[in-house]
Design a protein around this ligand. Sequence first.
Ligand code: GLN
Length: 539
Amino acid sequence: MSKKTKYIFVTGGVTSSLGKGILAASLAKLVQARGYRVTIQKLDPYINIDPGTLNPYEHGECFVTDDGAETDLDLGHYERYLNIPTSQANNVTTGRIYQSVINKERRGEYLGKTVQVIPHITNEIKRTVRLLGDSGDYDIIITEIGGTVGDIESLPYIEAVRQMKWEHVDDVLVVHLTLLPYLQTTGELKTKPTQHSVKTLLESGVQPDILVCRSHMNISDSIRNKIALFCNVALDSVIESIDAESIYDVPLLMKDEKLDQVVLRKLKLDLGDEPELLVWREFLKRLKNPAKEITIGLVGKYVELKDSYKSIAESFIHAGTANNCKVNVEWIHSQDIEKGDVNEILKGLDGILVAPGFGKRGIDGKITATQYARENNIPFLGICLGMQCAVIEFARNVLNKENAHSTEIDPDTESPVIGLMDDQQTVTDMGGTMRLGQYPCKVKENTLAAGIYKDSKIMERHRHRYEFNNSYLQEFEAAGMIASGRNPDSDLVEIVELKDHPWFVGVQFHPEYKSTVSNPHLLFVNFIKAAVKSSELEA
Ligand code: GLN
């Protein structure tokens, strides 16, 4: 560990879903605003090597980094708050830890020793955490440990934390996030579950330094005193985290509770200047005082679990704010469109987004929604599979290629307008083998895309195996669907748009992964702008 790097671990107690990711991101935002170079890491205690092969119903969206890592959606929050990119090193699972240890064992690196959870797995966990610190790029590493203390699968992580705390007394801090449930019958906040979760940590030899207590009402001084005394933490280290209207309120709520000051003092770091967080505050002001409202239909097949489209939903919030507009999202199941009346389901929307996805289920509904947007001049954004749907729909209904399809869905289609990329032809493994991460895209002059990006070369993130079949490009362009963005090396079509439509864009990449509070993504900002315009025309 380099001398200067400080490590903060964020653990969770009592229940899951308390918002460790948002807490970690909020704390990071505050110390960043005080001048520290900070990054956030997530350790996930499951055995999958990464979430790339997971169904979105399991843990929500798979977030993709510049370097092509398929990661937990919390990394999206980290980037949206900090406005700096993360990488593979920022998300590590138990599967990856074990894979690395087993590979070392096969290479004979353990010199004949018995390979065990302690010390080999815990050493690998510590190495993973220190890797970011040793890069020299950061003053503070915040590591969020997935799951809830007491889970069998998080034990090696907690043991690694204990060791790091013991090895570097002044450089390691544990922030424990817990819940104070409210008992309606007695009208009180209860502290016992918090006491028990701290005890569980203590059984593993870890005394938390700071307790952040989720609660839906203010915490009285007497309860703060009680928690401090029974959980063995300083009074100023009992932090209230009251339910917030928006996740973007949390940094300011944590600032009011002086979480950043307590953290820096305990780590023996200067407080630096009091942060003003002007950009953040301006963003919140706009978010809470929209001048207008619009409704966008998000057509997908995982809409029952909104976390499946987390980055898209957050991009709408950023883009809405940039337009002084509240974006209501209507979550539309693509299979409902297959069963019902599309005109009825999509009527009144100011814009339609067709979401990314894989496989056959719900694809017909997506294609129908695309046709509806095209024919009714409704602003349309198709992302990845959504762009592919736009291509298929155009082929079928404008180019009269009745059975046009993607070979992902219909391998024997007469008109394979979307086909498997060449370098995917021999791929058999599912994990980590897609075209992943950031690639350049050249934007064609005098197109809608060029007007939006105001740049001829852009970089966007990808996650796909199929692509536009370039042998059809001339036909498409002659009929009005043009390729306004292409990869400069492979010619792969990255952006399609319609000439005769107010705003119709399909992108093979995922702009949602790059939208942040201080840098709302231009494509989303412009899409919302078009949707606002469309709503004004209707009115
Ligand atoms: N299934 C499509 C492909 O692999 C689209 C992927 C996506 O939407 N992320 O190309």
